[in-house]
Design a protein around this ligand. Structure first.
Ligand SMILES: [Zn+2]
Length: 456
């Protein structure tokens, strides 16, 4: 058990009991005990943040964002990395700590710490299947998909785009007409971010002062990235290596900005960190359940701030002229997207074949070319992504489906969406345990949330 020195110092004062001061002493005692959980939690939270920073020394992707005290980061970067074995012991101790009580902070920290612990086991050389990674790192249990589902989707796409040449070439040729010219990318991005921000702010109050900047980059393993810098500020990077189609540009920037990652992060910083001092939220370990929630909400977000008609109208009337594109068949683009929707599971399936079934890279690439409708070269690049990020590939499709399934069950989809981003504070019997309870993937899936099993 971690002892809080500040709580320890207050105890004897409160324990001084003699006749004339009995009442005031009792009050002091009560006040003292009410403070204890918070003080202990602050210390556990600090140790969690420092643990995540220390794990980051072993994997450059692990710490996705950090905006806590600069000296903690400097401290973590000093000297040799702390051995994995030592970090495992710390993770073990902290999981035990947070499991001793319930409360919104305990719940979140336990969820995150179980993932950090599992990631450390992986670093320590433990073989972990993709399904095990999904469970221990992201709190999900994805089912393998039926190939018939992919066959059907391909048949549907065939029916939409009949003609000569390979299906991939036909799809590509159709999508090519939506390609935003390089010299228009910046103006179109500005228009998209302004509109999505306006729509998001009309639905949920954004923290005052939240802001972002955009930058165009090349040679990255992703198509866009939101780097959260703290102080309500994000850097949104857009990779221009690949053709950018107008409808997917809207989707991507909504994913990274509004109401996606930037919105999620700035709401967390405002309500958890600035208002409550919950320091655990200043660090974001990429390979953790936080990512499933982040990717799921970011994928579902554009459908929350636009109806289908509003989205098509915005694309057609505002963005297409700005991009210098004419006579685009947006209805058909949407039809095609719907037909292709089941194919979003092709990549996780490719990952399962590669990592769990021991399929050769040639076979996995052929599978992706056939069902993912990508070139051989793209398929090979994606294999590199799978090797680097493992079960992270599940976060997009599984996260999106979990979020949408949850929203479909609620009366007010919009309110429910923003409730996932920033939950309303709950108050338990003990004042000290009140506050927003962050959503976990299990809770989103409607499960009872039994204590999560730690990997061994
Ligand atoms: Zn994302």
């Amino acid at each position: 058990m971690i002892r809080s020195p500040r709580a320890g110092r207050r105890r004897p004062v409160a324990a001084v009991v003699f006749a004339g001061l009995l009442l005031s002493s009792m009050l002091a005692l009560t006040a003292c005990f009410e403070k204890v959980p918070t003080l202990i939690m602050n210390e556990v939270a600090e140790r969690y943040v420092k643990l995540v920073l220390a794990v980051g020394r072993h994997d450059e992707d692990f710490v996705d964002a950090y905006y806590g005290p600069a000296e903690w980061k400097a401290e973590a970067e000093e000297g040799e990395p702390v051995p994995v074995e030592e970090l495992l012991a710390t993770a073990d101790l902290l999981v035990h700590q947070v499991q001793t009580a319930k409360g919104p902070r305990h719940d979140f920290l336990e969820e995150q710490l179980v993932a950090v612990h599992a990631f450390l086991l992986k670093l320590d050389g433990k073989a972990m299947s993709l399904a095990e990674q999904a469970e221990h790192l992201y709190d999900i249990e994805p089912e393998p998909r039926d190939a018939a589902e992919f066959e059907q989707a391909i048949a549907d796409v065939e029916a939409l785009l009949p003609g000569d040449g390979s299906l991939r070439e036909r799809v590509q040729a159709f999508r090519e007409t939506f390609r935003v010219p390089a010299d228009r990318l910046s103006d179109v991005a500005d228009a998209i971010l302004a509109e999505t921000r306006k729509r998001t702010a009309a639905l949920r109050e954004l923290p005052q002062g939240e802001r972002f900047e955009t930058s165009f980059v090349t040679d990255k393993p992703w198509s866009a990235y939101n780097w959260y810098k703290g102080d309500l500020h994000s850097l949104i990077e857009i990779n221009t290596d690949l053709p950018i189609e107008l409808p997917s540009y809207l989707h991507t920037l909504s994913h990274e900005g509004y109401p996606g990652h930037h919105t999620f992060n700035s709401l967390i910083e405002k309500h958890m960190v600035m208002d409550r001092g919950w320091i655990e939220y200043t660090v974001y370990p990429l390979f953790s359940p936080q990512s499933l929630i982040a990717e799921g909400t970011a994928e579902a977000g554009v459908g929350v701030i636009f109806s289908d008609e509003e989205r098509v109208a915005f694309l057609q009337d505002v963005l297409a002229p700005l991009a210098g594109l004419e006579e685009l068949d947006f209805a058909k683009y949407d039809e095609l997207s719907r037909a292709m929707a089941p194919l979003k599971y092709v990549r996780p399936e490719a990952a399962r074949m590669l990592l769990d079934e021991g399929a050769s890279e040639d076979d996995v690439a052929a599978f992706m070319v056939r069902f993912g409708l990508v070139t051989e070269d793209r398929a090979r690049k994606y294999i590199d992504f799978i090797r680097r990020y493992g079960a992270y590939v599940y976060n997009y499709p599984v996260g999106e489906d979990l979020v949408n399934a949850h929203l479909d069950k609620q009366e007010d989809r919009v309110a429910a969406y923003f409730e996932i981003l920033m939950p309303e504070p709950i108050v338990d019997e003990e004042e000290t345990r009140s506050g927003p309870r962050a959503w976990t993937p299990s809770r989103l899936a409607g499960k009872e949330e039994p204590k999560r099993r730690r990997a061994h």
